[in-house]
Every structure is written in structure tokens, then in C-alpha cells.
Write a protein that binds this ligand. Structure first.
Ligand code: NAD
Ligand code: UPG
Length: 445
């Protein structure tokens, strides 16, 4: 099948490359000239495990090409995927300007019948608008355009594996024929296919992200209670997860969720609900809990040191999660800004995201090339992302390199008892802190 994919970001690029890998002929289109130049050289503009190798292999086998020209890109394609960004507007609503531009461009350039497949996360009713825009702007009115909502569920950092091993592929359409074609295209992935109406498909995407975000905020609230009542949230989550109705996933307490999706999509769903005269109280609380949770390590450090003014602090892990270079809505942004405002000197390290982080973090931050360099002569360490390199770093080195070995761990990377053996003072989330002279805080305090 000849396919065009508009937008070569985290979703469009992975979708295009994986569709090529299962045998389709794919042209990826983007307005960004630098991205397309890099891609034509076989270089991935984003860090995503396995992606660059897959790009090169499929280019060599002539199934994958890249262009800035929408005209050339969609010329031969009978299927056009839309995977452009839908970021947040100031008020939390989804900015649909890239979707609008893509729809108008498609309409102006199509020369034969096509199926348009929307991968981008879009508010309920948007696919109807896409169809209306294309019908309005298409030059040859006899061309037939069918629309399919095919929301994407991949996670950054495991995008390729998720594409090949996803739990479901949702295909929403009011055209049986178009849905059949998209089902056929996806068959080689051997993933269960769920067919719905267009609007249900659009809603499944928002509802899924909102539910996962709710799980995270819920366990974070439980973790705050655990700290007050001397329970251990990792044990609690494990015990809860053994109930199949609850499940073990997305119960990791920490400094909250970030990334390009959960913050944006939860806010958008609150707005979508508001527009339908529905106050989504639960989701509003999920968002508020997350905002508070991002500051939890700062509160702990302020309590421990009285003031952060003049302290030198290492921050390990800057990306919003491991195995990605994506800094969108990363917890490191509010945390580091507050550390600097409080008068601390910040030394930061991320195995992959340093370059992207430089563009969004305050200019006062010193970026380091290794964990050792970042923690040298520091008063404490903040761990914000559980990169394997950070989790596996030799614990004995902390007391060796630091002024005083105090760790604030926002991702519960270590067993507190183990850290005590290394003479490290350790503060994590939802668990008792371990001090050198085991000063267990009284639950009555
Ligand atoms: N990032 C994820 O993990 C993820 C997962 C599932 C769904 N989504 C959704 O998928 C969509 C894309 O997300 P992303 O993270 O890949 O975004 P992104 O910002 O990484 O990429 C979007 C790309 O679209 C390009 N673009 C914008 N307007 C264009 C146009 N008119 N023509 C051609 N190209 C254009 C941009 O230059 C950019 O390269 C969003 O709606 C997002 O919510 C993202
Ligand atoms: O138990 C958990 C699980 C995740 N997180 C945090 O939640 C955020 C999001 O993590 P994850 O969901 O793994 O990454 P994303 O790439 O943002 O993927 C989410 O957002 C995508 C975009 O919509 C969806 O496609 C995916 O299904 C959905 O998991 C990160 O900051 C994680 O640190 C936690 O704090 N605790």
C-alpha cells in the first residue's frame, strides 16, 4: 500500500517507519526543513531506541522516503496519515492550527480518492471538521475522501516496541470500506483491532490518558498519606496491584507525570468537558495533585536544610522519563527553576536530554558530562528520572564524591535500607527517610 504520513515527530516518524517495516511504501512529510534534511541522511532527529537503525534499513530497501513537499508526498498515496502536533493553548484547549493547515494542504493537492487517517490526539468532533475542511477546499469535487480516527497509544522511549506489541488498535470510522482498508494495513502487526465510531475513537484516546494520569495522582496521594502514617507506598502499590481489577501498572509514586501527552491531554479533556457543560471535577483534582506532587522534593529539601540558599545541588535525570530526549513538561523544569530561585547552585546531568534541556532550563544551570562530574562537592542530589545509568550508578561513589551524601529521590530508585549501608541519607517518595542515626520521624509529629 502507498502511504503518506504528515508530521515526522515522535508519532508520525515512528508510525511511518513501522508501516514501512511491515512492507508498505511510505513517504513522510514535514514542514521542518532541518528534520527532513537529517532524515534523508538516515539520521533520526529524535532519540528513540532502535529508530535510527530502522529508518536506515527501510530507506535502503526503498520503502521509506522523506520530503518537505506535500504535493510530491501525497501524489501517489491512497492513504494519508495526519500526525502533526496538537499542543496546548494558553487556556488548556488543544491548538488545532497544524491539523487545520494539514487538512487544507491535503485538500489542495489530492488528485484521487483517499482515506485520511488521524493519528494526532484531537478533541471529539475534530475529524468531522477535518472532513468538512477537505470537502470545502478540494479542487476536484468528484474525489472521494473517507476519514478514519486511529488514535496512537505508543509511549516515548518504547515507541517501536509499543507499535509492534500494542494492546489494541482503535479504528473509528463511519465508512466500512475505509475501516476495512486501515484494518488490512495494520494486520501484519497482529494486534487486536477495535472498531468504533469516529467520536468514540477520539474519546478513547483522551479517556485512556486521563485514566492513566488518575492512577498516578491517586498513588501519589496514597504516598503522601504513607509518609504521614509510616507505611511504604511501594509495598502498598504492590499489594494493590495483585488485585487483577486494579493491575500493577502505573502505580509508581514519584514526582508526578510529565511529558508531551498527560499534562496536555488532561487539560484538554477538562476543556472539552466544560464546552459540553460538564465540570470534570475528578480530572481537575488529578491535575492539581500532579502540580503539587512535582514540588514534593523541594519541600523535603527545605525541611531538611532549612534553606537552600547557597547549597550546591546535583540534579540527575532531566527528560520527563527514561529513554527519551523529550523535555516537554518534564518535572525537572519547575523543580530546577525553584531550586535556582531559592538560591541553590544547580549542576545537571541527563544521559541523552542535556542538549534539549539547555533550551528550556534557566541559564544559571551548569550542565555536566557524567554523574561523577555532577555530584562532585555537592550538598545533595535530586534524582528526577530513573534512567538505567542513574539507577545502576555505584552507590559507594556518592559519599566519595559529595560534600555530604544526601539524596532526594523523586522516582524511588533504591531500597532505603540498602542506602543506609552505604552511609547515604536518603529521602524518597511515600517511604520513611533513612538517616545515618536512624531518626525515625514520629507519626504523632
Ligand atoms: N509523543 C507521543 O508519545 C504521542 C503518543 C500518542 C499520541 N500523540 C499525539 O500525536 C500527535 C503528534 O505528537 P508528537 O509528539 O509526534 O508531536 P511532535 O511535535 O513531535 O511532531 C509534530 C510534527 O508535525 C510537523 N508539522 C506541523 N505542522 C505540519 C504541517 N502542516 N505539515 C507537515 N508537518 C507539520 C512538525 O514540524 C513536527 O515535526 C499529537 O496530537 C500528540 O498528542 C503523541
Ligand atoms: O506509574 C507511573 C507511570 C508513569 N509515570 C510518569 O508519567 C509520565 C508519562 O509516562 P508514560 O506514560 O510512560 O510516557 P508517555 O510517552 O507520556 O506515554 C503516555 O502518553 C502517550 C501520549 O498520548 C500515550 O500514547 C501513552 O499510551 C501514554 O502512556 C512520565 O513522566 C512518568 O514518569 C509515573 O509517575 N508513574
Amino acid at each position: 500500500m502507498k502511504i503518506a504520513v504528515i508530521g515526522t515527530g515522535y508519532v508520525g516518524l515512528v508510525t511511518g517507519v513501522c508501516l514501512a517495516d511491515i512492507g508498505h511504501r511510505v513517504t513522510c512529510i514535514d514542514v521542518n526543513i532541518t528534520k527532513i534534511r537529517l532524515l534523508r541522511e538516515g539520521k533520526s532527529p529524535i532519540f528513540e531506541p532502535g529508530l535510527q537503525e530502522m529508518i536506515q534499513r527501510n530507506m535502503l530497501e526503498n520503502r521509506l522516503r522523506f520530503t518537505n513537499e506535500i504535493n510530491a508526498g501525497i501524489d501517489q498515496a491512497s492513504i494519508i496519515y495526519i500526525a502533526v502536533g496538537t499542543p496546548s493553548n494558553e487556556d488548556g484547549t488543544a491548538d488545532l492550527s497544524a491539523i487545520q493547515d494539514a487538512a487544507v494542504s491535503i485538500a489542495k493537492h489530492i488528485k484521487h480518492d483517499v482515506v485520511i487517517v488521524t493519528k494526532s490526539t484531537v478533541p471529539i468532533g475534530t475529524n468531522d471538521r477535518i472532513k468538512a475542511i477537505i470537502e470545502d477546499h478540494k479542487v476536484d469535487k468528484s474525489i472521494r475522501v473517507d476519514i478514519v480516527s486511529n488514535p496512537e497509544f505508543l509511549r516515548e522511549g518504547s515507541a517501536i516496541s509499543d507499535t509492534f506489541n500494542g494492546d489494541r488498535i482503535v479504528i473509528g470510522s463511519d465508512s466500512e470500506k475505509a475501516a476495512d482498508i486501515i484494518e488490512e494495513i495494520n494486520k501484519p502487526f497482529q494486534i487486536p483491532i477495535f472498531r468504533t465510531s469516529i467520536r468514540s475513537a477520539e474519546m478513547i484516546k483522551y479517556a485512556s490518558n486521563a485514566f492513566l494520569a488518575t492512577k498516578i495522582s491517586f498513588i501519589n496521594e496514597i504516598s503522601n498519606l504513607c509518609e504521614k502514617l509510616d507505611a511504604d507506598v511501594t509495598e502498598v502499590a504492590q499489594g494493590m496491584g495483585m488485585d487483577k481489577r486494579i493491575g500493577t501498572h502505573f502505580l509508581n509514586a514519584g514526582i508526578g507525570y510529565g511529558g508531551s501527552c498527560f499534562p496536555k491531554d488532561t487539560n484538554a479533556l477538562v476543556q472539552i468537558a466544560g464546552n459540553a457543560n460538564h465540570e470534570f471535577e475528578l480530572l481537575k483534582s488529578v491535575i492539581e495533585v500532579n502540580k503539587k506532587q512535582q514540588k514534593i522534593l523541594i519541600e523535603k529539601a527545605k525541611k531538611r536544610f532549612d534553606s537552600l540558599d547557597g547549597l550546591t545541588i546535583a540534579v540527575l535525570g532531566l527528560a520527563f522519563k527514561p529513554n527519551t530526549d523529550d523535555m516537554r513538561e518534564a518535572a525537572s523544569i519547575p523543580v530546577i527553576s525553584e531550586l535556582i530561585q531559592s538560591g541553590a547552585r544547580v549542576l545537571a546531568y541527563d544521559p541523552i536530554a542535556n542538549e534539549n534541556a539547555k533550551r528550556v532550563l534557566p541559564k544559571e544551570v551548569t550542565f555536566c558530562k557524567s554523574i561523577e562530574e555532577a555530584i562532585t562537592k555537592t550538598d545533595c542530589v535530586f534524582i528526577l528520572t530513573e534512567w538505567p545509568e542513574i539507577v545502576q550508578f555505584e552507590l559507594a561513589k556518592y559519599p566519595l564524591f559529595m560534600n555530604r551524601a544526601v539524596i532526594f529521590d523523586g522516582r524511588n530508585c533504591f531500597d532505603p535500607k540498602k542506602l543506609l549501608a552505604y552511609r547515604i541519607e536518603y529521602h524518597s517518595v511515600g517511604r520513611s527517610s533513612t538517616y545515618l542515626e536512624v531518626l525515625k520521624p514520629s507519626i504523632l509529629k
